[in-house]
Design a protein around this ligand. Structure first.
Ligand code: GDP
Ligand code: MG
Length: 329
């Protein structure tokens, strides 16, 4: 069976709405990246060194990341040789297969959150200003609420003007409580209050917003450590997830932020926001490979239900859906 067929079979195990979300959210990348691959395949009559060189360039331009591209091209060459593929059109399926492989290989690829079976689960959001932390918290609260969980939000960004109000708006929209103090107050004190409130209200999930200032690594580390210490003291083992929000439209900058945060704190997963806003959605692969932190969620739009659990197969299907659906006909 062809890989495209297998891919199609596997993703239909999930709902069509998930597939549609990924397809919609990846449309810019698909037009850009897959469009170029299609064009490449059409221009070459056989798979040769020049073909691979052009493909390498296309992948680099899609922000897949240099090291990842090198590995991918090596593996593609081997596979093409092994299967004795001559026709460039057949390389399409091999590329998509390798993209899924490259994402899933090396373990630690699961997008599942560490949710406690009993008692409170605490999720801490970190990331620089404007990447989409507060928005993602709102979306995630909506998702949990839909699963019948009781959710409390902590307005830990006491630094940025309007940040508390923004979280409150999300709280109202979604219908969950927001624990806050005044602007400028100590984020660690807000976290303390929020943990007490979450316990008293027998919440299942506490999601904590934080400020995104990043003047220097020492300050960042100090502030995050203080917030984490307070949470941990109140709930041993918490926070159960530290999710780093990264803006997909910022490319290499997002990689640099990820490295900084990874050095400063234990990041358990990444939320890659605004994937819908970039034509360079290959950044998912670069993050996965160069940082070895799983991408747990992707932001595919600004609406409440535009947050999806990351799934490598849905992602690759979203990249190549035009080709796959054309082949079916
Ligand atoms: N298109 C799109 N916009 C997003 C997404 N996530 C967040 N945003 C927008 O990014 C901007 C900054 O988000 P915000 O949550 O305030 O970032 P924060 O400073 O990290 O809390 C807002 O205008 C959001 O609507 C996404 O997945 N897609
Ligand atoms: Mg915010």
């Amino acid at each position: 069976m062809s890989f495209f067929k297998k891919l199609k079979e596997r993703i239909t195990l999930q709902t069509d709405t998930v597939t549609e979300k990924f397809k919609d959210g990846l449309s810019k990348t698909r037009d850009n990246f897959s469009g170029k691959v299609n064009d490449l395949v059409a221009r070459y009559r056989k798979v040769d060194e020049d073909f691979f060189e052009e493909l390498e360039e296309i992948l680099i331009q899609a922000d897949v990341g240099f090291d990842t591209v090198m590995t991918l091209i090596e593996e593609l060459k081997m596979e093409v040789k092994r299967k004795n593929i001559q026709d460039p059109a057949e390389v399409h399926a091999v590329i998509s297969e390798k993209l899924v492989d490259i994402y899933e290989k090396g373990g630690n690829a699961s997008s599942a959150l560490n949710i406690q079976a009993d008692g409170l689960t605490v999720i801490l959001f970190v990331g620089v200003n404007g990447v989409g932390k507060t928005t993602t918290i709102g979306k995630l609260a909506h998702k949990f609420k839909g699963e019948g969980k009781k959710v409390v939000l902590a307005a830990g960004d006491t630094f940025r003007a309007g940040a508390i109000e923004q979280l409150e708006v999300w709280g109202e929209r979604v219908g969950v409580d927001v624990i806050k103090q005044g602007a400028g107050s100590d984020p660690a004190a807000v976290m303390f209050d929020a943990v007490q409130a979450a316990k008293a209200r027998q919440a299942d999930i506490l999601i904590c917003d934080t400020a995104g200032r990043l003047q220097n690594k020492v300050n960042l580390m100090k502030e995050l450590e203080k917030v984490k210490r307070v949470i941990e003291r109140e709930i041993p083992g918490a926070p159960h997830e530290v999710l780093l929000a990264l803006d997909a439209t910022t490319g290499q900058n997002a990689m640099v932020q990820a490295k900084t945060f990874k050095e400063a704190t234990n990041v358990s997963g990444i939320v890659l926001t605004k994937l819908d806003g970039t034509a360079k959605g290959g950044i998912v692969l670069a993050i996965r490979n160069e940082l070895d932190i799983p991408v747990k969620f992707v932001g595919l739009g600004e609406k409440m239900d535009d947050l999806q659990e990351f799934n490598a197969e849905q992602y690759v299907y979203g990249l190549f859906s035009d080709t796959i659906e054309a082949e079916e006909k």
